[in-house]
Design a protein around this ligand. Structure first.
Ligand code: ZN
Length: 102
């Protein structure tokens, strides 16, 4: 994961979120040439994945590659979880598995 370059205002916001014990503070940042990693101590892999998933969903980006999503799922009215590329590859994989089972 590449660190996100941040300004001092953002650094203050991150510090505040850490004090509030908000998971929104979690991330990888670049400030004044310093790499800052904010993560939960002793967090299990599942929680880490869930936080990353929720973060990407909130930003409206693909949960795999972080590409901005433009298309809305007509049945839910919400943005798709995946970009066109990953939706195609994952759906294809799923269909392939289904045909193996049947
Ligand atoms: Zn993608």
């Amino acid at each position: 994961m590449k660190p996100a370059k941040i300004e001092s205002i953002k650094l203050n916001q991150i510090a505040k979120k850490i004090q509030e014990k908000s998971d929104e503070a979690i991330g990888l940042f670049l400030f004044n040439g310093y790499r800052i990693q904010v993560s939960k101590y002793k967090m299990d892999g599942g929680s880490r994945v869930r936080i990353l998933y929720n973060k990407r969903r909130a930003k409206g980006v693909c949960i795999v590659c972080e590409t901005k999503i433009k298309r809305v799922n007509p049945s839910s009215g919400k943005l798709y979880r995946l970009c066109d590329t990953h939706r195609n590859s994952i759906d294809k994989q799923r269909n392939k598995n289904r045909s193996l089972v049947n």
